[in-house]
Structures are given as C-alpha cells and as structure tokens.
Design a protein around this ligand. Structure first.
Ligand code: F7E
Length: 339
C-alpha cells in the first residue's frame, strides 16, 4: 500500500529535501501552502515540473496554521499516515520584532494541529520540528533530550511551548508524537537572511564583482551547524524506526560565524578582511550560548548520524551561490544582496 505523508512548511528548505526523500521511497506526498499573492515555491520547482510527480504523487493544498477549519478539512480528506510539522516563523532575530506572529504560528499553530490530530479517527504519526533555541543559555553542554528548557527569545519561547505540548499530547492522548530537537541545519536552499547563506552568497557575489562588502552582526556567535539533508533523514527515521519520543539532531561541533566567513571567503580565494564590516543593526537583544547538541540517543535508537562536515557544508553552499549568480549574470538577472 502506498504510504501518504503530509508536510506543513513543504515549500521551505527542509520541506523540499523531505519531499525528495519521501518521493524517492515511493510515498504520496501532500503539503500545505499559504494562499498569498506571491508564489514562493522555487525550492519545489524541480519536483512539480516533473509530470510524473506533480498531482500524481505530489499534491499541494491551500491551508494554514491560523485557519484550523481548512487544515482539519484537508487532513480529513488526505488521511496521511505520517505528518511532518515544519511550518512556522523561524527567524530568531525577526521574532523580537514580531513576537505575536511568531507565537501565533509557532506555538498556537502547533497546538491547533495537535487538537485536530486528536479528533482524527486514525491520527497520523506526528513529527514536530523543534529547535535548540528551546535551551537558550543552558547550564550543561552539550545538551540532550533531558536538558531543561530555558529559552531567551520569543522564537525559543514559542518552540518551548510547542515542544512541551507535544510531550503532553503524547503522554495524555496516546498520540505517536515526536519532538525532533534540531540544531542549525543549512544548505544551498537556506533562506537568504540566515547567516550561513548570507555569508556564502556575499562571498560569491563579491568574487563576481556584484557586491563590494558584507555587513554582519555578532561574528563571535557560535552554533552547531549541519547539513539539512541529514536532518530530514533524521525526521523520517524518527517516525519509522523508533518509539514516539524526543530526539536531538546535531553534529556535536561548535563553530563561530567568523569561521563561516573565513571558510566561505577562502573557497573563492578572497581575503575576508577587505570586505566584511560590522553593522549593529544585525545584533540581537540576547544571544544564546553554547548551543551544541548530543545526538547519542538518535544514533543509538535510530541509527542516525550526520554525514557532512562544517567545511564541506560551507564550501558546497558557496559553490552553489557561485553557480547560481554566474548563471543569473549571464541572463542579466543576478540579485546578490541578502541583508
Ligand atoms: O543566526 C549571528 C546571529 O539567523 C546564527 C533558525 O533556523 O537555527 C536558526 O536560528 C548566528 C546568530 O540562525 C548576522 O546573531 C551575526 O548568533 O543564521 P541565524 P539562528 O538564530 O541560530 C535555530 C536552531 C532555529 O531553530 C532557527 O529557526 O549568527 N549573526 N550576523 C547573524 N545572523 C543573521 N541572520 N544575520 C546577520 O547578519
């Protein structure tokens, strides 16, 4: 029997990689998209350009987390066996500016989804993409599934609420519900306002003479960065290989924003010191500290481990920008700025 999966946030970085993984395994894949005036679905373009996939095994539905009636109707019609909940406002810096929207989608949106699942005759297995930001400034490093929640920004608070609700619904309503505690994961498909993509794109644009300098905030900030493709494999394993539980997905390695700069600029043989400048506009009111994950449980229970090193990740992202920007330059559509 063909398995059916539903993805909220299918048009995002993780949604596109997860769609590819599920389609390659023979799944029928459904996803919700927001009804907006712009159709930002470029990450899926290669999939729905394929007539053997689009509307055959890949289906998009208009539905959103702030419209539970539509979501309920769509989920009733699709009856997925697996639901991957990836949608939400995911930019930490932005969450200080739009905290209510962030909580509305990321916290309440998840609760609404759990309420809908509870009422379905056969609730799907549920994967919630939560975040290392729930730990804020933890007292222990690296963090595990047992590390206490201590968020320090609106995004982390919204994710902490949603994470705890998933735990409550798993324990109280017998749902197969999983929290994947995801540390930073990047790729050439990352949104342009996240720091790795911003740096890699700028390094490539400067190399091609399309941009002169790159303005950044705190370059001493450190993160545990992995490749998004590895993390979506973890999502699938979590719903198919283990009991419903919480799992940390991380590389266990900390690197600084400064190291991203040096690696990306070295990949295009440029001296970063001639191009990178500080702009306080990109500083955040609070920075988390020592967010580095211990993925031992995912390794032991799910057989998961990351396969891409930090160097490989940043080099791949920079090369992808070079390729994309040089193609755009040839067509006269290069658009380097990413602030
Ligand atoms: O920032 C510093 C910034 O925006 C990383 C999301 O996926 O991962 C992501 O959140 C660091 C921070 O990611 C700039 O202050 C310096 O310390 O790439 P980011 P994030 O905030 O870690 C977690 C796990 C999530 O769950 C989130 O959804 O880089 N930084 N200068 C800068 N960051 C940005 N964006 N832009 C700068 O100019």
């Amino acid at each position: 029997m063909t398995r059916r999966a539903f993805i909220t946030g299918i048009t995002g970085q993780d949604g596109s990689y997860l769609s590819e993984l599920l389609l390659a395994q023979g799944y029928e894949v459904h996803g919700s998209v927001r009804r907006t005036s712009t159709l930002e679905r470029s990450r899926l373009a290669h999939l729905y350009a394929d007539p053997t996939l689009y509307n055959q095994r890949l289906f998009l539905h208009y539905a959103d987390l702030d419209d539970p009636t539509t979501l309920r109707r769509v989920l009733n019609a699709v009856q997925p066996q697996e639901l991957y909940h990836l949608a939400g406002q995911s930019h930490v810096g932005l969450s200080f500016e739009i905290p209510e929207t962030t909580c509305e989608f990321t916290a309440m949106g998840t609760l609404r989804l759990l309420e809908i699942l509870r009422d379905l005759p056969e609730p799907p297995r549920f994967f919630h993409a939560t975040s290392s930001e729930i730990f804020g400034r933890p007292t222990a490093s690296p963090q595990t599934e047992k590390t206490p929640l201590a968020p320090i920004n609106p995004y982390g608070c919204a994710k902490a609420f949603a994470t705890q609700m998933v735990r409550v619904y798993r324990a109280s309503h017998d749902l197969f519900a999983v929290n994947g505690i995801l540390y930073n994961h990047e790729s050439p498909r990352r949104g342009e306002n996240f720091v790795t993509r911003k740096i890699c794109r700028a390094a490539a644009a400067i190399k091609l003479g399309l941009q002169e300098e790159l303005a950044l905030g705190d370059t001493s900030a450190q993160r545990d960065w992995g490749h998004a493709r590895d993390y979506v494999r973890g999502m699938w394993l979590a719903l198919n290989q283990g009991p419903p539980d919480d799992y940390v997905f991380a590389t266990g390695q900390l690197h600084s924003v400064q190291q991203v700069i040096e690696t990306a600029f070295a990949a295009v043989s440029l001296d970063w010191q001639h191009h990178v400048k500080f702009d306080r506009h990109f500083l955040r009111p609070a920075e988390p500290l020592h967010l580095v994950g211990d993925a031992s449980k995912a390794r032991a229970v799910l057989g998961w481990s990351p396969t891409t090193s930090f160097q490989e990740l940043i080099q791949e992202m920079t090369q992808a920008e070079l390729d994309q920007l040089s193609q755009g330059e040839r067509r006269g559509t290069a658009r380097p700025e990413a602030r």
